[in-house]
Write a protein of this length. Structure first.
Length: 389
């Protein structure tokens, strides 16, 4: 699990452009500052409203109708069909459960059953071998992921036509319905207080959104989520990684050109004006606090903006420390490029077992593959004493 090849000279930053300072999450929209934990809860609601509605559109609500249909009765592998929606119309999608051994064990929800990596034995076994279960679903059953369709397509849009969410909002809704299913099934093998969400790339963006809005998810792990779910709107970079051609990070213009149906309809208005956004991705990460956030990246995944991911995670850490939860935010870089590898799951499992089973944490976290620039934020967490201190 420990990567001895990782060092600050592995990824060479050949171009670095910073567009303004990262916004202060502790400053209200009226320019007042948070001065207590109670005020943070109010500011958190304000952040959620702006950050989510602008980036992702208005999200679909919790369903009026919800039920889970069991499709088989395997001991280790089971299939279910989730039915959810309004009284007038529902969507259904299949989930695959890989049961953990023992009782009251953690479970990982992953919506990337449309991808190939989940079929790799070492990927699944990285969790199963540690008695951690999986609940897998195909997020594209809820909203399509076809740029050729040039717009919103998929079953969930028909159920909630009055909302402006894009595919990422639909996929995040799917994660929450999987959480509903885990809780409703109430299986003795699963600890419903240790539900974990992970996903890769665009699935990582959906994971990040689901974790920001659904507080029942105890551990949130976006893997190489790139812009929107990770990265940074205000940082652009070009990097040189061994055996790869120099490459650049993803931008808002890139997303809006090919996959604007992922996001909210107003985000395109900020192309070339990213410094005017009232948020950056550290706001989304901060919405997870004080729950556990694990941002996993690859040193050679330049499209995912390694500097931007690290910078916004460090900025979000100010919120975690303000809430007394500094140890609950993790980040990790492995060698290699854009993929969801067994190594990524091994690091996630290390965190899960550290939290759930009190195992030692690896010393491979918090190691950079590049020489870090100065922080793009001058603000810091408010300092005040809690009652009784």
């Amino acid at each position: 699990m420990k990567d001895n090849l990782l060092n600050e000279h592995l990824l060479k930053i050949t171009e670095y452009k910073a567009i303004g300072e990262l916004p202060n999450p502790f400053m209200f929209d009226n320019a007042n500052y948070v001065s207590s934990i109670d005020e943070w809860e109010r500011r958190k609601r304000e952040i959620a409203k702006t950050t989510i509605d602008v980036q992702f559109g208005t999200l679909p609500p919790a369903p009026e109708i919800f039920w889970v249909e069991q499709l088989n009765c395997g001991k280790e592998h089971r299939s279910y069909k989730i039915h959810a929606g309004t009284k007038e119309k529902q969507i259904s999608f299949v989930v695959k459960l890989i049961m953990p051994k023992g009782e009251s064990r953690p479970i990982i929800i992953d919506g990337d059953m449309c991808a190939g990596y989940f079929m790799k034995e070492d990927f699944i076994n990285a969790a199963v071998s540690r008695d951690i279960g999986w609940l897998l679903f195909d997020r594209t059953e809820l909203a399509h992921d076809l740029k050729e369709e040039r717009g919103r397509a998929g079953a969930l849009y028909d159920i909630y036509p009055e909302y402006t969410f894009g595919a990422l909002g639909a996929w995040a809704w799917g994660y929450s319905r999987c959480v509903d299913a885990v809780i409703k099934l109430n299986l003795p093998q699963i600890d419903c207080s240790c539900i974990v969400a992970t996903g890769h790339s665009r699935g990582g963006k959906a994971t990040m959104l689901a974790g920001a809005v659904d507080e029942r998810i105890a551990i949130v792990n976006p893997n190489e989520a790139c812009l929107v779910g990770g990265g940074c709107y205000r940082i652009e970079m070009v990097g040189d990684y061994p055996d790869l051609l120099p490459w650049r990070s993803e931008t808002l213009k890139d997303i809006c050109k090919e996959t604007d149906f992922w996001i909210g309809p107003t985000m395109k208005n900020y192309i070339g004006r990213e410094n005017e956004l009232p948020f950056d991705t550290h706001f989304l990460k901060a919405l997870v606090a004080p729950r556990i956030l694990f941002v996993s990246e690859a040193a050679g995944d330049i499209w995912a903006n390694p500097i931007g991911s690290w910078m916004t995670t460090e900025a979000a850490k100010e919120v975690y420390e303000f809430l007394g939860a500094g140890p609950n935010i993790y980040w990790y870089f492995r060698t290699g490029t854009h993929y969801h590898k067994a190594e990524d799951i091994e690091m996630l499992v290390n965190i899960i077992c550290h939290i759930h089973d009190n195992e030692d944490i690896s010393d491979s976290f918090y190691k950079l593959p590049f020489s870090p620039p100065e922080y793009l934020f001058s603000w810091r967490k408010p300092n005040f004493k809690l009652k009784g201190e």
